[in-house]
Design a protein around this ligand. Structure first.
Ligand code: HEC
Length: 102
């Protein structure tokens, strides 16, 4: 391969890795509020009461179960009153789960 081309490719790879590393982490606490989870659920003494308290949910349920509940709660309960948050990215859902573990 042409040497200059190899240098350009190497530089682009480094730039890509750096951009990937500096991506901001989604903020689970912020999402829990902005997505409205807090209107129905309480967490550590703050929030709504129409849905189960989530303070120790990560001790009762696996991450995978919670991920499924957030994406489409009808899979667990066809009569679920919880809306589907299918539009959230995997990273956003993981951030919410990390927050629920905090
Ligand atoms: C409109 C009210 C509402 C909103 C908004 C809502 N939920 Fe729920 N959620 C419920 C209800 C009701 C249940 C009880 C089980 C069911 O009906 O599916 C539930 C169940 C759950 C459970 C299982 C709790 C358990 O004890 O098994 C988790 C985890 C959960 N919700 C997380 C979330 C997260 C995270 C969000 C925000 C992204 C959210 N919920 C938004 C109403 C809501």
């Amino acid at each position: 391969m042409d040497r200059r081309l190899s240098v350009v490719v190497a530089v682009l790879m480094v730039v890509g890795v750096v951009l990937f590393m500096v991506q901001p982490q989604p903020d689970g606490k912020e999402l829990f509020r902005s997505e409205g989870c807090i209107n129905c659920h309480s967490f550590k003494g703050e929030g709504g009461e129409m849905a189960p308290d989530l303070t120790s949910v990560t001790q009762r349920r696996s991450d995978e179960w919670i991920r499924q509940q957030i994406r489409n709660s009808k899979k667990h309960n066809p009569d679920s009153r919880m809306p589907s948050f299918n539009y959230l990215s995997g990273r956003q859902i993981d951030a919410i789960i990390r927050y629920l573990k905090s």
